[in-house]
Write a new protein. Structure first.
Length: 511
């Protein structure tokens, strides 16, 4: 176990980097920040030339790959880091200097157990992308297919292990400092970050996620998931179909190529809704660098390391919340928060509905291009403290992805109204999942399962309560206090008397 002094040293070093980029200014000024943390933030910036506008993303990039991923996670928590930091952190694109190709080739050989030339006819030494966890090279397989080969950067696992250990230590210290810190649940946030990272560092898991997403998106043919080359993929190397398209971040190239940008934006929104609400399994890193436009106004996604999953009950709540906010039914939105346990029961539903109205109504009066999910989330977070709402870790990835999707969609089509685009899909899904037909079907399925389980239940009852044997039931015996007598002659005397009584009772029965 790493000593506390090591964690403190790491935090001081990272704090100094953050301070030089102005990233600790918000912590210093926040009245909810524990006093010891504010003092450390002030010490960290002593003698540093702090910029007027904080550069949060640059600071995390300077610290290292694990910090970049943490920055992306914090981008989902405007309640924790503030809206200004959230917007800056959203631009993290995991860009790092590439690892020399000789190192990458050695890593591939170690992972495959044989030279890469046995599997690839050629591999371009210049990477097409270098990220915090891996870098990607274009290659041609021995059977002539063009593919993208993603290779885990050597040493990245050890870097993440060290950094996450310190994050866990720091989160535990923070929770012990104040009630407000415990409400935000930083330890649980770090634990979720740790799990997401563990999955992202295993490329077999990423390949499986891509395969599962492709199967679930057959109803959205305009959203493409590249095929996995399983024979050329391991836990450290991932080989997928090459996507020959234009990044959605290059708006000028999209216009020059004649793409219908509003259609692309609508396709992206519909694909996200299909994943998050209908399927409950969604791509949780849909920034514009991971999305490509293909001929026919289709969209292809890459990088399936971070995926989100929501169970059916949570999806029903989510759909009703979204539709309630779209239609202005704040009472129903408030009731769902209480049903889901997001708001403690000692609060008043009507009061919470009024607070939600204060968030929703100002947006409903704005022009289409000024309406924002990010603004909505910020407004919702602003009332969490008043109603003792704790962080819901299972929704963090969803919140992050919603903001990402909206950002990409509005860059493609500034006049898109995400609410209007979502309303038909959400309305139809609610009707299908919550309508009378769905209720009857759910009841029938539940009853059939119950009836089918009766034989097994009876067998378990028989095993627990077997049939009586040949011996008749014993008569009830009167309770008699048992007195424990010490050793020596007294114990021997009592034992002898008990034995004599037993012999006498036996003689009476026989005669």
């Amino acid at each position: 176990m790493t000593a506390s002094v090591v964690h403190v040293w790491r935090l001081l070093k990272w704090g100094r980097i953050l301070a030089r980029h102005g990233a600790l200014r918000g912590i210093e000024r926040d009245p909810n920040t524990p006093a010891p943390v504010r003092r450390l933030a002030r010490v960290a910036r002593l003698g540093a030339r702090v910029p007027k506008v904080p550069r949060y993303a640059d600071a995390f990039q300077a610290i290292g790959p694990a910090a970049i991923k943490l920055g992306q996670t914090l981008a989902t928590r405007p309640d924790l880091v503030g809206e200004e930091a959230t917007q800056d952190l959203l631009r993290l694109q995991d860009q790092l200097p590439p690892v020399p190709y000789a190192t990458i080739a050695a890593a591939m050989e170690g992972s495959f157990g044989r030279p890469p030339s046995d599997l690839f006819a050629s591999i371009e030494e210049e990477p097409v992308g270098a990220a915090s966890i891996a870098q990607v090279h274009r290659a041609v397989t021995t059977d002539g297919r063009t593919v993208a080969v993603k290779v885990l950067r050597p040493g990245v696992e050890a870097d993440f292990t060290r950094a996450i250990a310190t994050y866990e230590w720091a989160a535990a210290q923070l929770e012990g400092m104040s009630i407000e810190a415990r409400r935000l649940r930083p330890r649980l946030t770090v634990e979720n970050f740790k799990r997401w990272t563990a999955r992202e560092l295993n490329f077999r898991r990423e390949a499986a996620s891509a395969s599962e997403l492709a199967e679930s998106m057959t109803a959205e043919p305009d959203f493409v998931v590249p095929a996995i080359d399983w024979q050329r993929s391991t836990a450290r190397v991932l080989t997928v179909e090459w996507i020959d398209g234009i990044k959605l971040s290059d708006r000028a190239a999209l216009v020059a190529a004649g793409y219908d940008l509003p259609k692309l934006a609508n396709t992206l929104v519909q694909a996200f809704l299909r994943q998050a609400i209908a399927e409950g399994f969604f791509h949780a890193d849909m920034h514009q660098g991971n999305l490509f436009a293909l001929p026919g106004n289709r969209i292809a996604a890459i990088d399936f390391g971070i995926m989100g999953r929501i169970d059916r009950r949570a999806r029903v709540w989510l759909a009703e919340i979204l539709y309630g906010l779209i239609t202005g039914n704040y009472r129903r939105v408030a009731e769902i928060h209480f049903e889901a346990g997001y708001v403690p029961s000692h609060h008043n539903v009507a009061e919470f509905a009024t607070a939600l109205r204060a968030v929703g109504e100002p947006m409903r009066g704005l022009p289409v291009k000024d309406m924002s999910i990010g603004m909505m989330l910020d407004g919702l977070f602003s009332i969490t403290r008043d109603f003792d709402m704790v962080t819901q870790p299972h929704l963090l990835l969803l919140q992050k992805t919603m903001v990402m999707v909206e950002g990409v969609a509005t860059r493609l089509d500034p006049d898109i109204n995400l609410w209007e685009s979502a309303a038909p899909f959400v309305r139809e899904w609610i009707r299908t999942e919550l309508g009378p037909e769905a209720a009857i079907a759910d009841r029938l399925i539940a009853d059939v399962k119950t009836i089918a389980g009766l034989p097994e239940l009876i067998r378990r009852i028989e095993a627990r309560y077997p049939a009586p044997g040949g011996e008749p039931p014993a008569p009830p015996l009167r309770e008699i206090e048992v007195v424990r007598i010490g050793g020596g002659w007294r114990y021997a005397a009592v034992a002898a008397a008990s034995a004599a009584a037993s012999v006498a009772a036996t003689w009476l029965v026989v005669h």
